[in-house]
Write a protein that binds this ligand. Structure first.
Ligand code: ADP
Ligand code: MG
Length: 259
């Protein structure tokens, strides 16, 4: 149901479908994430998890169904009962409120760590460099990398690069953070430092949608666990319950492989 005034749902997906040509990737996703909630999404490779996140961030366009973020209909505007596509400027504005962190960090290689964190607020929001600079340094301090500000991404470990990527996303002051397998490309000994930063964010009340294979994180930090398979939500609920008493055979089979 469409979110109304005073609604505490940050993300509402309603019967969301996505096709790539004739390939149907999302087949009617229904999902809700409340403000301040950490929602972890798990499921087999190819089940549509990345596509779901990418639709939320306008990196893909949904084919059918509806999606609201922060009470706003994404991809459409409503006028006299009809749906119209958003203008590029409206899409750009919606995207500014959403931070995304990818598996492969995607830092700008030719910019310093500080430059990476400063880039979007300066270029997209047109804010003053001096103001953005001090905020960026604070963010780097928060992810434990104040001493790396002048270095380039290639000089950092994968775990450090991913922490820079998180700081870069936070620099836009998002109200929602999307994480797409943020630790999957990391050597095992570097996973913890990234999860710790994410846990800190969760404790500060950030609304987070996290695609992950880290079941420990999902159990300890997640408020909700969603199991997706073949483009649908098979089941969702309190993480400990879903992990210990999965209701569906498909969930049981998946969990038996990853736990
Ligand atoms: P997951 O993240 O769960 O592994 P994805 O959302 O990446 O799944 O992919 C779901 C399916 O959609 C896969 O079959 C994938 O090949 C397909 N797919 C993803 N992106 C595209 C695209 N841009 N064009 C065509 N097919 C795509
Ligand atoms: Mg994926």
């Amino acid at each position: 149901m469409a979110p109304g005034p005073g609604d505490d749902r940050m993300v509402v997906a309603e019967n969301m479908h996505k096709y790539f040509g004739r390939l149907q990737v999302l087949r009617g996703i229904d999902m809700e994430v409340r403000r301040g909630e950490v929602c972890c999404v798990v499921g087999p490779s190819g089940s549509g998890k990345s596509t779901f996140l990418r639709c939320i961030n306008h990196l893909e366009k949904i084919s059918a169904g509806r999606l609201w973020v922060g009470g706003e209909l994404m991809g459409y505007r409503q006028r006299s009962g009809k749906l119209y596509e958003l203008h590029d400027s409206q899409v750009a504005r919606q995207r500014r409120g959403i931070g995304m962190v990818f598996q492969n960090f995607n830092l700008f290689p030719h910019m310093t760590v500080l430059g990476n964190v400063m880039e979007a607020p300066v270029r997209v929001k047109g804010r003053s460099r001096s103001q953005v600079r001090s905020e960026a340094l604070e963010l780097l301090d928060r992810v434990g990398l104040a001493d790396k500000a002048a270095e380039y991404p290639r000089q950092l470990s994968g775990g450090q690069q991913q922490r820079v990527a998180i700081a870069r996303a936070l620099a836009m002051r998002p109200e929602l953070m999307l994480f797409d397998e943020p630790t999957s490309a990391l050597d095992p000994e570097l996973v913890g430092e990234v999860l710790d930063v994410m846990k800190g964010l969760a404790e500060e009340g950030m609304t987070m949608l996290v695609v992950t294979h880290e079941m420990g994180f999902a159990r300890e930090v997640g408020d909700k666990l969603v199991f997706m398979d073949e483009g649908v939500v098979v089941e969702s609920g309190e993480p400990r319950r879903v992990l210990s008493e999965p209701q569906h055979e498909r969930t049981r089979s998946f969990l038996s492989k990853v736990l």
